[in-house]
Design a protein around this ligand. Sequence first.
Ligand code: PBG
Length: 332
Amino acid sequence: MKPTVAQYPAARLRRVRKSPAIRALVRENTLTTDDFIWPVFLMEGHDDETSIASMPGVTRKTIDRVVKAAKEAHALGIPAMCLFPYTSMEHRTEDCAMAWSPDNLTNTAIRAIKDAVPEMAIMTDIALDPYNINGHDGYVVDGEIINDETVEALVKMALAQAEAGADILGPSDMMDGRIGAMRSALESEGHQNVAILSYTAKYASGFYGPFRDAVGASGALKGDKKTYQMDPGNSDEALRLVERDLMEGADMVMVKPGMPYLDICRRVKDSFGVPTYAYQVSGEYAMIQAAVQNGWLDGEKVMLESLLCFKRAGCDGILTYFAPEAARLLNG
Ligand code: PBG
């Protein structure tokens, strides 16, 4: 559709920018607390938090603190949280068995949050990296990240999370065939109503650095993730991946990172019209916070603007570490 615009002065496009009231009337996209999925980092222990140097304002929290945070987030109107564990070294092994233990940090936290705040939707992360000695999302054999054996492990992880009460599973591993394998296991094990939000177009990005600090994977990671995560030069490939994941049973899809990949968000939404999410990742958060701490940017303005852009690009929601702060601002 080509917009029709009259000649000046019949058209003065500034007329609709005249006042807050007129601007509100013509605004095409708005950000609300309904748009947020809040990623949080879990750690062992009791009544404790530790800060993450590269993510100012974000902490790893013990489960009791996460439950408290969930109550606050619910009161702020945030519909969902996403859990990421900081796994201690003794729980990282070659077989990654802790990943599907019913008593690992994530599964224990799911039950605790669901117990205290049943309305809060809980999303999880499915990938082996928090449990793997080498920091990779899949099993490594002779330097290769092997696909099919990894998928078998991921299915066990998915079932354990569903069993613990997760509402939305988030496979972030980028193996082939994982969505179909998880979907059929969920169906046959009585978890028909557990949703899958696939990390579908996940790029091999430099913007994940602070996250890897947060989950203690930075030092552990050997090599890079380029044989499974997407090449930043590609766009058509993202559409093939979305189509594939939808055919295999994904309910929602994600583009990650966010702001450097807004073109992908728009193409995905236009091509498929399915629930589409962006992950404003740790590096995006860190960049904004660093500039704000230096007094170079206005924190409140750029936070909300950096989130609104995802709505404009067609996203239905955003995973963002800013969720509580942004919700507080939006609630006035
Ligand atoms: C792990 C995972 C990563 C993120 C989410 N899940 C890191 C990676 O792939 O190395 C990144 C999130 C962020 O940077 O905020 N599978």
